[in-house]
Design a protein around this ligand. Structure first.
Ligand code: PLP
Length: 375
């Protein structure tokens, strides 16, 4: 059996064991504890003047962001179509409707021109959208200069789904801080993990404090249980926060390793016609969470599916890029604005193995298999 190369695995080479052990020993295993506070402080220190609340998933952080903006039944929310379903599902939880927007080819994220067209058309049809969900897909920041201009012009708040973009930035400004609210995910497959977890970020300090209260069932501070609102069970627990803190302290190392993996692929693939990727626009910094490429079949003679199957036979795991949400059966009633960009990316795209501990020998083996496909 050929050695298995997985798509992406978490690496625990910091204080993870120690911190979990101490959380258990101190019996602080639930939604209060030192690691929750320390992890929040570490994120705050890195981001600057932003408040941070840890949640039990990125999805719950998006749900609470929508809630804080006041999205409710019957409202419309504009959402990037080229993303994971978790970007849009919380819109449905609140009884609102997602309206999907296509991507543009330089970042693969929401297209500012189509976004503005969609806003004008929704207003013309009698309903101004309540929020815009922008995603920094695979770690690449979206085109915020234009997007935030549009957000201000029409006074529609932005939720930045930076679930995949912890550590990415534009001219030094961190992803997660571009929108009115920002979201990180620490799911098992992300650049750092807490098993399952997420964070909500905002310059609006009160809103983040309110989200903390909503995340513990909206329990009032009182001698017995008093609830004035419906809350959620969305707070991160202290054991997860211990894992996350240990991972976060190694974030820059993890990003450097992921970027090295991407750079190695670029070098190994540079003479392969029809096998392309996107570069960072000027000033952009991507954490290169996953190394993603496009296979142009009219040049290569083979498709992304051919690459997937050929590598699978060699025990090497790859994955399609996100299947656009406007094409998902569950969202078939939803409105979509755009052309063919996200569909084209889905039809050509492939994620190659991207673990931070992937060896150069393994990368050479992967590229060797692809090279043989050309002949
Ligand atoms: C992972 C992810 C989420 C959801 O995060 P969870 O922590 O898994 O709930 C949301 N949006 C995007 C783009 C993601 O990749």
């Amino acid at each position: 059996m050929l050695k298995h190369i997985p798509l992406s695995v978490p690496v625990f080479d910091g204080n993870e064991n120690d911190f979990v052990f101490h959380a258990i020993e101190s019996k602080q295993i639930s939604t209060a504890g030192n690691y929750i506070n320390d992890f929040e402080d570490q994120i705050k220190n890195r981001l600057g003047k932003y408040n941070v609340a840890l949640k039990n998933s990125g999805t719950s952080a998006i749900h609470l962001a929508l809630k804080m903006i006041g999205v409710g039944s019957g409202d419309e929310v504009l959402c990037q179509s080229f993303t994971f379903c978790a970007s849009a599902n919380p819109v449905i939880y609140l009884g609102a409707k997602p309206v999907f927007i296509d991507s543009e080819p330089t970042t693969w994220n929401i297209c500012p021109e189509i976004l503005e067209e969609a806003i004008l058309d929704r207003i013309k049809k009698g309903k101004k959208p309540k929020a815009i969900i922008v995603v920094d897909l695979f770690g690449m920041p979206a085109r915020y200069e234009e997007i935030l201009g549009i957000s201000q012009k029409y006074e529609i708040p932005v939720i930045e789904d930076a679930a995949e973009a912890l550590g990415s930035s534009i001219e030094g400004k961190a992803c997660g801080t571009f929108g009115d609210y920002g979201v990180f995910s620490f799911n098992g497959n992300k650049i750092i993990t807490t098993g399952s977890g997420g964070a909500l970020i905002s310059a609006n300090f009160e809103a983040i404090e309110k989200s903390k209260y909503l995340a513990v069932q909206a329990r009032e501070v009182y001698k017995y249980y008093v609830h004035k609102e419906i809350g959620y069970n969305y707070r991160m627990n202290n054991m997860s926060a211990g894992i996350g803190l240990a991972q976060f302290l190694n974030l820059d190392k993890k990003i450097a390793l992921r970027r090295q993996v991407f750079e190695n692929y670029q070098n190994l693939l540079k003479d392969f016609d029809g096998f392309t990727t996107i570069l960072e626009p000027d000033g952009y910094f991507s954490n290169r969470w996953l190394s993603t490429f496009l296979v142009n079949q009219s040049v290569t003679g083979f498709s992304n599916e051919d690459v997937r199957q050929t590598l699978l036979k060699e025990n090497i795991e790859t994955r399609y890029l996100w299947n656009p949400l406007h094409l998902q059966p569950v969202f078939k009633e939803s409105t979509f604005y755009g052309g063919g960009c996200s569909e084209d990316l889905f039809q050509k795209g492939i994620c190659l193995p991207s673990s931070e501990n992937l060896s150069i020998e393994d990368q050479e083996r992967i590229i060797g298999v692809i090279k043989r496909m050309y002949s």
